[in-house]
Design a protein around this ligand. Structure first.
Ligand code: KIV
Ligand code: NA
Length: 269
C-alpha cells in the first residue's frame, strides 16, 4: 500500500469511499491495525482511561501524548506502515493561545504525528487557521467533547434540537479555517449526515453519529470488547465473531468500508 496522505484522504472523501479509523496507543497494536488495512490511526487522549486508568481525559498531559505518539509512530515504521497518524492535543495544551497550540502541536508532530486533533468550536477556529497556515494538518472534534465533560454535565448526546444549528455553524467555520477532518462524537445521525453532505473539504468521522459520515472511528479496546466500564451503545464488539485480533481489526475495516458498521438502529440516536 502507498502511504495514506492528505491528498489521498481528500480523494477518498470525494469518491465517497468510507475512511476507517481506530485509536492506537502502542507499537504492536498500531502495526496490527496497519496490517489490517486501517486508513487512519488516532493516538487519542482516551489513553487516559484505557492505559492510565483515569476517570476522564482531563488528566492527560502533553508529555504522555508525546510518549504514546512516539510508540505508535515507531510501530508503524517497524512494519513500513501506511496509516495516517493523528494525535490528540490534550486538555490545557492549546486553550491558552494559538502560540501555545503551535508549540504543543510541534511536540506531537516531532513525535511522528501527521495531523493533530483538538476539541471544540467557536474559539478554536482561529487556532485551527493558525496551525494549518503553518503546515500542520488539523482534525477538529465537535459534539461530545470529552475534555469538557464537566462543563457538559456528563457523557451525553450533543447537538439535539436548537444546539444542532450552532454545531453546524461551528463545523462550517472550522472547515473554512482549514480543518480537513472533523470527528463528530455522539450527535444525532441526521445532523451528522446533513453536515457530511454540506462539508465538501472536510471529511466527517463519526463515533456514535450514525452511518451518514465520511468515515468512522472507535476506541480500539472497545471494538475488541475490552472495557473496564460500561460499553457505549454505539460500539460493536468485533471480537465476537473473530478468532483473532487481526481478524477483528480486518472485519472492522471491511464493515466501515461496506457501510455495514454502524447500524443505524443499534448504534445511533
Ligand atoms: O481520544 C479518543 O479516543 C477520541 C476518539 C474517540 C475520537 O478522541
Ligand atoms: Na480524544
Amino acid at each position: 500500500r502507498k502511504p495514506v496522505s492528505l491528498p489521498r484522504l481528500a480523494d477518498m472523501h470525494a469518491r465517497g469511499e468510507k475512511i476507517s479509523m481506530l485509536t492506537a496507543y502502542d507499537a504492536t497494536f498500531a502495526a496490527m491495525a496497519d496490517a489490517a488495512g486501517i486508513d487512519c490511526l488516532l493516538v487519542g487522549d482516551s489513553l487516559g482511561m484505557v492505559c492510565q486508568g483515569l476517570a476522564s481525559t482531563v488528566g492527560v498531559t502533553l508529555d504522555t501524548m508525546r510518549y504514546h505518539t512516539d510508540s505508535v509512530s515507531r510501530g508503524l515504521r517497524r512494519v513500513q506502515g501506511t496509516a495516517w497518524l493523528i494525535a490528540d492535543l490534550p486538555f490545557g495544551s492549546y486553550q491558552e493561545s494559538r502560540e501555545q497550540a503551535l508549540r504543543s502541536a510541534t511536540v506531537l508532530m516531532q513525535a511522528g504525528a501527521h495531523m493533530v486533533k483538538l476539541e471544540g468550536g467557536g474559539w478554536t477556529t482561529e487556532t485551527v487557521r493558525f496551525l494549518v497556515e503553518r503546515g500542520i494538518p488539523v482534525c477538529a472534534h465537535l459534539g461530545l467533547t470529552p475534555q469538557t465533560v464537566h462543563a457538559l454535565g456528563g457523557y451525553r448526546v450533543q447537538g439535539k434540537g436548537d444546539a444542532g444549528a450552532l454545531l453546524k455553524q461551528q463545523a462550517h467555520a472550522l472547515q473554512d479555517a482549514g480543518a480537513t477532518m472533523l470527528v463528530l462524537e455522539m450527535v444525532p445521525a441526521a445532523l451528522a449526515a446533513e453536515l457530511t453532505t454540506e462539508l465538501k473539504h472536510c471529511a466527517t468521522i463519526g463515533i456514535g453519529a450514525g452511518k451518514g459520515t465520511a468515515g468512522q472511528v472507535l476506541v480500539l479496546h472497545d471494538m475488541l470488547g475490552i472495557n473496564l466500564g460500561r460499553m457505549p451503545k454505539f460500539v460493536r464488539n468485533f471480537m465476537a465473531d473473530a478468532s483473532s485480533i487481526g481478524e477483528a481489526l480486518a472485519a472492522y475495516v471491511r464493515a466501515v468500508k461496506d457501510g455495514s458498521f454502524p447500524d443505524d438502529q443499534l448504534h445511533a440516536w
